[in-house]
Design a protein around this ligand. Structure first.
Ligand SMILES: Nc1ncnc2c1ncn2[C@@H]1O[C@H](COP(=O)(O)OP(=O)(O)OP(=O)(O)O)[C@@H](O)[C@H]1O
Length: 914
C-alpha cells in the first residue's frame, strides 16, 4: 500500500524530492533516496519491497527544518511533503491515508525556522506579452512574501525589468510555461541571469488568484472578475488592507493592467499548486507606481552595496548594515525596501523626514517608544501564519501582547502631546502633523485583544508548561496515571481556553471538577477501608483504569480477599487490580477531558477565524509600527552619525556641503581615522563634473557617497553632510567597479560597455549618473574615444547630473580645459573640472588629503600605490625606468617603443643603475 502511494506521488510530483511521513520519520525511497542521502549526508539503507530490496533513507521529524534548509535553500531543490493521517475502517482498524500537503520551493517558504526574519523571501511572477518585445514592451510583475503576506504588483518594461528584479531580490521567479523554450527572448535572458531558480507555470487565465485575494469581498464581486482578464477594483470590495498604498498614503482604487493581472494569475496558480492545503487567504496586491519610486538600475544596487557587499555577499560593510538602527525584524525589512526603492514624491519624503526631525529633537520620547517596539512581535508574520492555517495558541497570545503594545504606543503618543501642550508655551501643532497622520492610520483592535485575553488562559510562565510536559511524559510512561494523561493532552495542546469562554466549556469544566473530587474521595475511602496507604487510582494504555498498590506486600491483605478486585498484574513490590467502580468513574473523567479538549480546540478555531477576519487591520497597524520603527531608527542614526536634514526640491540641484560616505566613514572610525568631507555642487550651469586625481585618492568614494546621499535623502533619512539641497532624482545610474561576467560570455570591457550603453539610453535630465573610469578596459586611444563620446552624449543628449571620474586627463584638454578655467570655457559650458591630490613631503613620502579642489590632476601616482602594495623592488625599478623613458619620448611610435624596451632590458644590477 505504502509503496503504491509513494509511486503515485513520485509520478504526480516528478520535479520534487518526495518525503513521506511514516510515524515519527520522514522517509524517501527508490532512486531519490540515493540523492537525498547524499545531499543530506544521512545513511542510505534498503528495505524489502515487492520481492526485492529498494534503497531508502529517512530522518526524524525534528530534523525536518535542518534538512529542508539544505535541500531547498542550498541545493535549490523542490520538496513534496507527504503527511500521514490516521483513519478507521468500518471494522475499527486504524489505517493511514497519506497525501502530499505542500511542495516547498525557495520562494514558498512559510514559517521554516531557517527563514531570515530580517529579509523578505519573495516569489516573483513576470508576465511577458506574446510577440515581438520591441512592439510590445510592457510587462507585468507580481510578487509576494508568503511568510508575511506582503503582496505587490507593478507594470514594468523590457528595459527596466532587470532593475526591478535586482531591487525585489526574489528567491524564485515564475514565468509562463510557453517561455520555457524561448531561451533567446530578452526577458528570459534577464530572468535567468538574475535568479538561479526559475519555474514555469501554466496560467489558469481565470484570474482565480483574485478569488483568493479578497476573502472579505462578497462572492458575487469576486466572480465578476473571472469573466474578464482585467481586474477592476472599483467594482470590487477593497479590503482595508489597501486603504493605504504601499507607501502608506491614502490609496486610490487600484486598476491592475492586463499584464499585472496576468502576473497575479501566474503567481496565485503557482501558490495553489504548491501550498496546496496551506494556501493562504491573500489580500489584494499593493500596486507599485513606477513614477513614485526612484529607479536604481540593477548594477547600481549591487555596486553601491546597498543591501550586501559585493566581495563576500554578506551584509557587512553594506549601506544597510551601516544605517540599520531598526529594532524589529519587520521594520528592518521595510528599511531594506525603502533603501532599494527610494521615493520620488516630495510630499512623502518630507513626511518621513518631518517624523525623523520630530523624534530627533525628542530623545526621551524616542527612547520610550523604543521600549515598546523592543517587545512587539512580528505581527505581519503571525497574521500570515494564521491565514496559512498554521498559527498556534502561543501565536495568538503573542498577537494580543502586540496589540496591547500598539495601544501602549498610542497612549504614550497622546501623553507626550499633552505634556508638551502643558509644558511648552509655544506648542507647535504643525510639528505633530506627521506623527498624527501616521498614528491616525492605526485601527483600534483592543476589542480583539480583549476577546482573546478573556478566552485564552495565559500560562503562568513558559517554563511552567515545559516542566509540566516533561513531568507528564515521564509519569505517562512509567506509571500511567489518568491525571497525567489528561494533563498531557492539555499541555500538548499548549493552552487552556478559559471555561467562561462558552457555556459548554463552563459546564464541562464543572463536571470534570466534580469527577476529580469523586475520584479523590473514592481513593481516600478505599485507602481507609483496606488499610492500604499506597493505594492509588490510575489509568494506563496497557491496563486501562486500575487500582495500583505501590507497596503490595504491606497493603494487599484485605484487598486480595475482596472478590470485587480482579488482579491484573504484579511485580516484586507492586500490584494492580481491576475495580468496576473506578473503571466507570475513570471512563467518565476520560470522556469529559476529551470533550473539553475538543471544545477548546473549537474555541481556538473560532478565535483563529476572528483573527483571520481582522487580518487586514492587523497588517495595517503592523505597517504603521514598521514605519515608526524606521523613522525612529533614522532619527537615532542622525544622532549617532551627525546627519542633517536635506532640503528636497523639484529642480535638478545637487548641493551637498561637506558630504561624507557613511560606510567608509564608519570603517575609518574603527581604525581611528577620520573621513575628509567634500562638497559637491551640481547646478544647472555646471551639472557635469570631471574628476581626476591619483589612484587611491578618494575619487570612487566621492562618486559613491554622492549617490548614497541621494538614496538616504529620498528614503526619508537625514544625510551625512553639513548641509544639503537636493533636487529629486528620478533614476540613479552607476558605472563603477565592473568585473568579468564570463558565465554570460562577457569580458570586463563588455560589461563596462553594456552598462554604459544602458545609461546613455535611459538617463533623463532628472537622473543622477556616476561613472568611474569609463574606457579603461581597452587600449588608451579607444578608451579616450569612448570616454569622450560618453561625456558628449551625457552632456548633450541626457543632460543629467553626472560625476565622471577618469585617469584620462587628456579628456580635460579635449573638453577645452585650461588651467585656472575650471568650467564654462570649453566645448561644453556645463562641464566643470575637479580633482583630488596627494601631499608630497620633502622626505619623498606622500599622504592623501582626499580633499577635492577645482582643476585637473594629471599625475596618477600609480607607482607610489604599487610600491605601497608591496611590488618587488626590481619590478618597481623597471617601472620607474619605463615611466622616465616614456615621459621623455613624446612618440608612441612602435620603433621608439621597441627601443625603450631594448634600453631597459638587462640584468637587475644594470636596471638599478639605469
Ligand atoms: N574622503 C576620504 N577621507 C578619508 N579617507 C578616504 C576618503 N576617500 C577615500 N578614502 C580612503 O581611500 C581609499 C581609496 O579611495 P578610492 O577607492 O575612492 O580612491 P580612488 O581615487 O577611486 O582610487 P583608484 O583611482 O585607484 O580607483 C578608501 O578605501 C578609503 O579608505
Amino acid at each position: 500500500m505504502l509503496a503504491l502511494e509513494i509511486q503515485n506521488n513520485l509520478s504526480k510530483f516528478p520535479h520534487c524530492l518526495l518525503l513521506t511521513r511514516v510515524g515519527n520519520f520522514y522517509e524517501s525511497y527508490f532512486e531519490q533516496a540515493i540523492e537525498i542521502s547524499r545531499i543530506l549526508n544521512i545513511k542510505l539503507t534498503s528495505r524489502r519491497w515487492g520481492g526485492g530490496r529498494v534503497p531508502m533513507c529517512g530522518f526524524p521529524l525534528l530534523h525536518m527544518d535542518k534538512h529542508l534548509k539544505v535541500m531547498v535553500q542550498q541545493h535549490k531543490r523542490f520538496v513534496a511533503v507527504c503527511e500521514e493521517f490516521p483513519k478507521y475502517t468500518s471494522l475499527g482498524a486504524r489505517e493511514f491515508e497519506r497525501r502530499v500537503v505542500r511542495v516547498i520551493t525557495p520562494g514558498t517558504l512559510i514559517d521554516e525556522s531557517f527563514l531570515n526574519q530580517y529579509e523578505n523571501n519573495y516569489l516573483l511572477a513576470v508576465s511577458v506579452p506574446e510577440g515581438d518585445s520591441a512592439k510590445n514592451p510592457t510587462l507585468g510583475l507580481a510578487w509576494i512574501d508568503v511568510s508575511t503576506g506582503e503582496f505587490y504588483s507593478k507594470r514594468s518594461s523590457h528595459e527596466s525589468v532587470c532593475d526591478d528584479i535586482a531591487r525585489i531580490g526574489p528567491r524564485e521567479i515564475l514565468l509562463d510555461k510557453i517561455m520555457e523554450t524561448q531561451t533567446s527572448h530578452p526577458t528570459m535572458k534577464v530572468v535567468t541571469e538574475e535568479s538561479s531558480v526559475v519555474s514555469f507555470v501554466v496560467p489558469s487565465h481565470s484570474v482565480d488568484g483574485i478569488d483568493n485575494l479578497s476573502a472579505q469581498s462578497p462572492p458575487s464581486t469576486n466572480q465578476s472578475q473571472s469573466s474578464s482578464n482585467a481586474y477592476n477594483p472599483e467594482t470590487a470590495n477593497v479590503s482595508d488592507e489597501i486603504v493605504t498604498a504601499q507607501d502608506g498614503s491614502p490609496a486610490t482604487p487600484f486598476l491592475y493592467t492586463p499584464e499585472e493581472t496576468y502576473a497575479i494569475d501566474l503567481l496565485t496558480t503557482y501558490l495553489r499548486a504548491n501550498l496546496l492545503e496551506h494556501m493562504p487567504i491573500l489580500s489584494q496586491p499593493n500596486r507599485e507606481d513606477t513614477e513614485s519610486r526612484m529607479q536604481i538600475d540593477s548594477h547600481t544596487i549591487k555596486a553601491l552595496e546597498i543591501r550586501e557587499n559585493m566581495r563576500e555577499g554578506g551584509v557587512r560593510g553594506s549601506l544597510m548594515s551601516s544605517v540599520k538602527r531598526t529594532i524589529t525584524s519587520s521594520g528592518t525589512r521595510l528599511l531594506a525596501r525603502w533603501l532599494c526603492s527610494p521615493s520620488t514624491s516630495i510630499q512623502e519624503i518630507n513626511a518621513r523626514q518631518s517624523l525623523v526631525a520630530f523624534f530627533h529633537s525628542r530623545p526621551h520620547f524616542r527612547a520610550d517608544l523604543l521600549v515598546f517596539l523592543a517587545k512587539a512581535e512580528d505581527a505581519s508574520r503571525i497574521v500570515q501564519k494564521f491565514l496559512l492555517g498554521k498559527g498556534d495558541p502561543s501565536d495568538m497570545l503573542a498577537l494580543t501582547a502586540t496589540v496591547d503594545i500598539w495601544s501602549g504606543i498610542q497612549q504614550r503618543v497622546n501623553q507626550e502631546r499633552e505634556m508638551e501642550y502643558l509644558e511648552r508655551r509655544s506648542f507647535s501643532a504643525s510639528e505633530w502633523v506627521s506623527l498624527d497622520t501616521l498614528m491616525n492610520r492605526m485601527v483600534n483592535l483592543e476589542d480583539l485583544a480583549q476577546r482573546i485575553s478573556l478566552a485564552v488562559e495565559r500560562p503562568v510562565s513558559p517554563q511552567y508548561d515545559e516542566l509540566a510536559e516533561d513531568a507528564d511524559l515521564e509519569s505517562d510512561e512509567n506509571s500511567g496515571t489518568l491525571r497525567a494523561e489528561w494533563r498531557y493532552g492539555r499541555v500538548k495542546f499548549g493552552i487552556k481556553i478559559k471555561p467562561e469562554f462558552s457555556k459548554t466549556l463552563l459546564e464541562l469544566n464543572n463536571t470534570l471538577r466534580d469527577l476529580w473530587e469523586q475520584k479523590a474521595k473514592m481513593e481516600e475511602r478505599l485507602q481507609l477501608k483496606y488499610d492500604a496507604p499506597s493505594l492509588t487510582l490510575r489509568s494506563s494504555p496497557g491496563q486501562g483504569m486500575h487500582i495500583h498498590l505501590a507497596k503490595a506486600k504491606r497493603d494487599q491483605k484485605k484487598i486480595a480477599a475482596d472478590l470485587d478486585f480482579v488482579s491484573i498484574s504484579e511485580t516484586g513490590t507492586t500490584r494492580s487490580y481491576f475495580f468496576q467502580d473506578w473503571a466507570q468513574l475513570g471512563q467518565k473523567i476520560f470522556t469529559t477531558s476529551n470533550a473539553i479538549a475538543t471544545s477548546e480546540k473549537e474555541a481556538f478555531e473560532m478565535l483563529r477565524q476572528e483573527v483571520n477576519l481582522r487580518a487586514p487591520s492587523l497588517r495595517r497597524n503592523a505597517r504603521v509600527v514598521d514605519e515608526l520603527d524606521v523613522t525612529l531608527a533614522f532619527s537615532q542614526l542622525a544622532t549617532d552619525m551627525n546627519l542633517v536634514r536635506p532640503s528636497i526640491q523639484e529642480d535638478t540641484t545637487y548641493n551637498v556641503i561637506n558630504g561624507r560616505h557613511p560606510t567608509v566613514e564608519l570603517g575609518l572610525l574603527t581604525s581611528g581615522r577620520v573621513f575628509t568631507p567634500n562638497t559637491v555642487a551640481l547646478t544647472p550651469s555646471s551639472h557635469f563634473h570631471v574628476i581626476t586625481g591619483p589612484n587611491m585618492a578618494g575619487k570612487s568614494t566621492l562618486l559613491r557617497q554622492t549617490a548614497l546621499v541621494v538614496i538616504l535623502a529620498q528614503s526619508g533619512s537625514f544625510v551625512p553632510a553639513d548641509a544639503a539641497a537636493l533636487g529629486i532624482v528620478d533614476k540613479l545610474f552607476s558605472r563603477v567597479g565592473a568585473k568579468d561576467d564570463l558565465f554570460h560570455n562577457h569580458s570586463t570591457f563588455m560589461v563596462e560597455m553594456l552598462e554604459t550603453a544602458e545609461i546613455l539610453r535611459r538617463a533623463t535630465p532628472r537622473s543622477l549618473v556616476i561613472m568611474d573610469e569609463v574606457g579603461r578596459g581597452t587600449t588608451v586611444k579607444d578608451g579616450i574615444a569612448l570616454a569622450f563620446a560618453t561625456i558628449h552624449h551625457l552632456v548633450s543628449v541626457n543632460r543629467c547630473r553626472t560625476l565622471f571620474a577618469t585617469h584620462f586627463h587628456e579628456l580635460s584638454e579635449m573638453l577645452g580645459y585650461k588651467d585656472g578655467a575650471p568650467s564654462g570655457q570649453g566645448v561644453f559650458e556645463n562641464v566643470a573640472f575637479y580633482c583630488t591630490t596627494v601631499d608630497e613631503m620633502e622626505s619623498g613620502t606622500f599622504s592623501y588629503s582626499y580633499r577635492l579642489r577645482p582643476g585637473v590632476n594629471r599625475d596618477s601616482h600609480g607607482l607610489k600605490v604599487a610600491q605601497l602594495a608591496g611590488m618587488p623592488p626590481l619590478a618597481m625599478a623597471v617601472a620607474k625606468n619605463v615611466l622616465t623613458a616614456l615621459k621623455s619620448d613624446t612618440t608612441d611610435d612602435a620603433k621608439e617603443l621597441a627601443s625603450i624596451g631594448r634600453r631597459l632590458t638587462g640584468s637587475p644590477s644594470e636596471i638599478y643603475l639605469t
